[in-house]
Design a protein around this ligand. Structure first.
Ligand SMILES: [Zn+2]
Ligand SMILES: [Zn+2]
Length: 293
């Protein structure tokens, strides 16, 4: 799994940070989380192809998370995307997408399907699921978890003892019992389970039960942390860097990447310094940062 941060800023873009967009690339699938203005251009800078995107997950319909959608859909069309793009978002998403695209003279978009999501499993693919959980923001907002399914691995010593070889190993690894040399081999006897990874994205929110569920036992938590504690007055429904760290700690997350950074912080080092006070394995997201997970 490669995670490419394409936009790590918040409401106002800066010369260093574009609006929110994060791409999860996993075995030929490209899952785009949020699509802020200029996301298609960020793809070009990153050497990525818009037409390779297979699903788009919008957290909420504030401009800094979705203004890039029409551009992305037309870029995908120009690049020859010929499937049906799955778009997911909170309640109201069908209307928002329809109105967004209706406001343009350009009408030749790719085929797409919008699914409104609120809570629980929303995608069940071959080797992963996506869960949505509600967040608490000034408009309907959801966060997402990518959860890899547990995998079976062959216990080489046990397999060698039974002199197993050839295609039966593949069958056993799929969880099937096989007949080998007239003997029934149970997959449980020669395999062991490897836990799949959980990677979550918490977008604009304040602390809430949904954020805690997303963070729970994460291998990697990507969480907004718009401000540091130099902002005394809480005017916005956003997390601070400290709160992002507290959510990661409480959820027992292994690693944390803080994103959606306010333009007031010119140097990420200051934000990192604050984050390190509260969580050890933390990084501050930068545009075009690529993380292997
Ligand atoms: Zn935002
Ligand atoms: Zn917002």
């Amino acid at each position: 799994m490669n995670i490419t941060f394409l936009g790590t800023g918040c409401m106002q873009p800066t010369t260093k940070r574009n609006h929110s967009a994060i791409l999860f690339s996993h075995k030929g699938e490209n899952l785009l989380f949020d699509c802020g203005e200029g996301t298609q251009r960020q793809f070009r800078f990153a050497g990525l192809k818009p037409a390779k995107v297979t699903r788009i997950f919008i957290t909420h319909w504030h401009g800094d998370h979705c203004f890039g959608l029409p551009g992305m859909l037309s870029a995908m069309k120009a690049d020859g995307f010929d499937g049906v793009l799955e778009i997911y978002g909170p309640k109201g998403s069908k209307t928002y997408v329809k109105h967004m695209l209706k406001g343009l003279a350009y009408r030749s978009f790719i085929n797409y399907k919008v699914t409104e999501v609120s809570n629980g499993k929303i995608v069940d693919a071959q080797d992963y699921v996506i869960e949505a959980h509600p967040l608490k923001h000034s408009v309907s907002c959801v966060g997402y978890s990518f959860i890899e399914k547990d995998k079976l691995r062959i216990d080489v010593k046990k397999a060698a003892k039974l002199e197993l070889s050839g295609p039966v190993l593949g069958e056993l690894q799929k969880g099937k019992n096989v007949i080998f040399n007239d003997k029934k081999i149970m997959f449980k006897d020669v395999t062991y389970a490897v836990k799949g990874k959980k990677i979550s994205y918490i977008a604009d929110t304040v602390k809430c039960p949904g954020a805690s569920r997303l963070a729970k036992d994460c291998d990697l938590l990507i969480c907004e942390g718009t401000h540091c504690d130099d902002i005394k007055e809480r005017k916005y429904m956003h997390l601070t860097v400290r709160e992002a760290c507290e959510i990661a700690t409480k959820g027992n997350a292994k690693k944390l990447i803080v994103t959606h950074i306010s333009g007031r912080y010119k140097d990420s080092k200051d934000v990192l310094k604050e984050a390190k006070k509260y969580f050890k394995k933390v990084a501050i997201a930068e545009d075009f940062m690529v993380v292997e997970a």
